[in-house]
Design a protein around this ligand. Sequence first.
Ligand SMILES: [Zn+2]
Ligand SMILES: [Zn+2]
Length: 394
Amino acid sequence: MHKRAACAAFDALNAELHEISDWMYHHPEVGFAERGAAEKLIGFLEKEGLAVQRCVGGMDTAFVGTYQGPQPGPTIGVFAEYDALPDIGHACGHNIIGAAAIGAAAAVKRAWPGLPGTIQLFGSPAEEGGGGKVIMVEKGLVQHLDAAMMIHASVADRVLTNNLSVQRMDVTFHGKTAQPAGSAHEGVSALEAAMLTWTNINAIRQYLKPDFYVHGIMSEGGFAANVIPDRASLVLYVRAPRGKDVDYLLQRVSNCAQAAALTVGATVAMAERGRRFLRMVNNPTMAGLLEANYEALGREVEPPTPRPRASTDMGNVSQVVPSIHGYIRIGDAEAIGNTHSPEFAPHTITEQAHRAIDDAAKAMAMTCIDLYAKPELLAQARREWQVLMEEESG
Ligand SMILES: [Zn+2]
Ligand SMILES: [Zn+2]
């Protein structure tokens, strides 16, 4: 009954939400600078009667909207993202994520006046670099939740996310400048050390376990072609399934850099930069509920991608609270490209994209309602989470 009411409540809001998503598309803002988008989302939540706390976790564009129902009960978090990519705008469809998330929270509040529990909408900035959710976890803002969820725009409807943990590492070599024609023996080329590091990484690549990746760029390689470079830098991303796999791979990459420095006679400085995104730990009970709700809306759920793809800071939330990170289809990959390709962006404001906002919001609202109605499912989700986390760290 409440689920039908939530869908009807959402239908009264959808035009407003399509407009908010389209506005974000036309005004893309990158991580931690999403001021316009945050204001739009906060404005909607306050209009819907949620109490909004701004600038949570010391982040200007992070917020939490809360509606506490009249009956005691669990607290469920729905996560919104709204940052764009540099140059290619909303090519990851975070405008859809943001609109669907606030729509879900509002629909739950409207549909169930006697709500036995609390719904919280987390405005989480900078998913594309920065990791607003990692900061929220570090600051202890999500640990009280009984469950957490979000839905990402995609080329398929899915309820399970198969992805990787990721850590950035910056490597800088220091050598000695010299005139390359005649006095090269007086110099030490930092550039040679950087290139040798790359070669060393390529030498171990084939012997790493499946789904272990090292990729990156050379960010500095000298300043003049007629001066032996005394400084060269690499920015590397190391991806692997578990946090401890990332630690192992960082050690291997560090060996590659140290060996290169030793060969050339340069010195090397290495530092982990940014926040580590952990892989998603999917909650089976919650995924089952989301799948049933997707099917009730006429969507066909596809299995997770056979190989892990990319990373998300929702993974860090999933490692402290039972969570799901679903996907909603806005078109076929052949027609609209994949996320992070420029052709994907304009497909986030089509009619199909608007339908995706509607169904993502409804499916999340219905999944929340399932959990409020049957708290024993949350207890089951918590038990599953404990077992999965033991495996994750084992
Ligand atoms: Zn992305
Ligand atoms: Zn994304």
